[in-house]
Design a protein around this ligand. Structure first.
Ligand SMILES: Nc1ncnc2c1ncn2[C@@H]1O[C@H](COP(=O)(O)OP(=O)(O)OP(=O)(O)O)[C@@H](O)[C@H]1O
Ligand SMILES: [Mg+2]
Length: 255
């Protein structure tokens, strides 16, 4: 565990990312990312293909150790902890692309996600979680691979919720899903946040992110180019346009 002294300006009820640098291969793909994720609210992280959103998520979730920077929760810097430890501390991640165990039933997917919980605890947690997704309630005994893409995304979100996290990171909520399915997920995400969980929503579909989020970050070529209210981006689409189509000729960051 880190013995670092937290910075004086740290907000202890938040998940705070400071100066995060992620390296893929030998290339730095983010530079000095700063994010502050509040409990009981939805924070969106948007940006064009290759902006560095997933790399940031992999750093936060402990799948790839950041090359530099800090990830603070409860006054502890979690950089260097493995993914299980970070999840135990309350940060759960839904990875890109509805990653479910296709051969297993929906219930078994949720049991596996329960990990260290007792059987009783995990069953109670499954009951609570499927209340959010009545569709899944009827499909608990079906193989997850037989479900539609939208239902698989629900299973992936339910898996992350089984351990009752305090922060939930969702990489590409809407990816590959029909608009009607996405519309079905919107109230669920709102309910999750209303229950007290701080949601970090990574989203390319800007309308969805702007409709849902209380606070928005936009990444552009590895850096945060906007940090503020969603309303300003709705009123001034040029800000987003510049972030998605930067005019600079630089091909990569940090080189
Ligand atoms: N496994 C990898 N090895 C090397 N470079 C990678 C790897 N994965 C991603 N990158 C590079 O890292 C940079 C950031 O990619 P990342 O996947 O984090 O972006 P993203 O914002 O999530 O994009 P998308 O919208 O396509 O999901 C890109 O330049 C990408 O080519
Ligand atoms: Mg991505």
């Amino acid at each position: 565990m880190s013995a670092k002294i937290p910075p004086a300006n740290l907000r202890h009820d938040r998940l705070e990312i400071k100066n995060l640098v992620m390296v893929r291969g030998t290339k730095p793909v983010t530079q000095a990312i700063e994010l502050s994720i509040a409990p009981a609210s939805i924070t969106a992280l948007m940006g064009a293909n290759g902006a560095g959103k997933t790399s940031t998520v992999l750093g936060i979730s402990g799948v790839i150790e950041p090359a530099f920077g800090e990830i603070w929760l409860d006054g502890v810097d979690m950089v260097g902890m493995d993914a299980d430890e970070i999840r135990r501390r309350g940060v759960a991640t839904v990875p890109e692309g509805h990653q479910v165990l296709r051969e297993l039933t929906v219930r078994d997917n949720l049991l596996v996600a329960g990990g260290s919980l007792s059987r009783g605890e995990v069953n109670a947690s499954i009951e609570r979680t499927v209340e959010l997704f009545p569709e899944l309630k009827e499909k608990l005994q079906q193989a997850a691979g037989d479900l539609s893409g939208g239902q698989q995304q629900m299973v992936a979100i339910a898996q992350a919720l089984i351990v009752t996290p305090r922060f939930l990171v969702i990489d590409e909520l809407s990816f590959g899903l029909a608009p009607t399915i996405v519309a079905r997920l919107v109230p669920v995400i709102r309910r999750i946040a209303a229950s007290g969980i701080g949601v970090l929503l990574i989203e390319q579909f800007t309308q969805l992110a702007l409709a849902l989020a209380h606070h928005v970050y936009v990444m552009s070529r590895g850096s945060v180019s906007y940090d503020g209210e969603p309303g300003k981006l709705r009123d001034d689409p040029d800000i987003l346009h510049r972030a998605y189509f930067p005019v600079s000729g630089r091909e990569s960051v940090g080189l």
